[in-house]
Write a protein that binds this ligand. Structure first.
Ligand code: B4P
Length: 213
């Protein structure tokens, strides 16, 4: 597959910079972090993972990190205003970006609405939401397996892993309905080899990019 450069679109009338923004959506352990790494290098997007941003706050032992750690260790979501603030700063920090890949954000309907507003201020929008579908038993297996080596305290205890999945159904599944109303959601099977899933994601992104040009 040949990489099709998207970022700059030059029309006959004006030079305008078009951003392509995507959300990689799915339950914990569905492969968001794994696939994000590959997708950003394929499509030249800036990776924004709220999980990574929070873990960096924890590693630096900031007051925000210390508070977030307790919440994350229970398998719960940190407050909306905290993650929205982090995303807003991250968007401001990268005015040159050709587009963003949001990984693990938004995770509630309030976060989705806030993201739409933040992008609207930048005359941009979410172009596609890729929803990875993985069975619950496979999620638990993957996360406990990662817990053996990742050093992540939220991956070692099965009760916490299952609590994260419950939290996903309670608060995060609504994000998919929110974007489905705008016809932005595309489902992708998240089980199989990392390569096969990556190829499926790439075709969906390219289809959407072609529709928008
Ligand atoms: P995140 O960092 O977003 O983590 P995650 O959902 O657990 O992981 P991800 O889905 O990226 O992992 P992956 O499948 O790639 O969140 C952690 C916590 O931070 C949350 O619980 C919450 O407390 C907090 N938080 C983050 N964002 C927030 C927000 N917006 N609002 C509120 N709170 C927020 O990897 C899982 C494992 O599967 C890996 O070991 C990987 O190697 C493996 N894997 C991947 N693909 C595979 C495949 N195809 N086959 C087999 N294994 C595979």
């Amino acid at each position: 597959m040949v990489f099709k450069a998207y970022p700059l679109y030059l029309s006959a009338h004006h030079f305008s910079r078009i951003m392509f923004n995507l959300i990689l959506f799915g339950p914990p352990g569905s492969g968001k972090g794994t696939q994000s790494e590959r997708l950003i290098s394929r499509f030249g997007l800036r990776h924004l993972s709220t999980g990574d941003l929070l873990r960096s706050e924890i590693a630096n032992q900031t007051p925000l990190g210390l508070e977030a750690k307790q919440i994350m260790d229970r398998g719960e979501l940190v407050p909306d205003e905290v993650v929205i603030g982090m995303i807003s700063s991250a968007l401001d920090a990268h005015p040159e970006a050709n587009g963003f890949l949001f990984d693990g954000f938004p995770r509630t309907e309030a976060q989705s609405e806030a993201l739409d507003k933040l992008l609207d201020l930048r005359k941009a929008e979410i172009n596609v939401v890729l929803a990875l579908e993985v069975s619950e038993e496979e999620l638990v297996k993957r996360l406990l397996n990662r817990g053996k080596t990742s050093g992540r305290s939220d991956d070692v205890n099965e009760n916490v892993v299952r609590a994260r999945i419950v939290e996903y159904h309670k608060k995060t599944a609504a994000v998919e309905h929110y974007y489905a109303n705008f016809d932005k959601v595309v489902h992708v099977k998240g089980e199989g080899t990392v390569d096969d899933i990556f190829n499926a994601l790439c075709s969906k992104i390219e289809e959407r990019m072609n529709e928008e040009v």
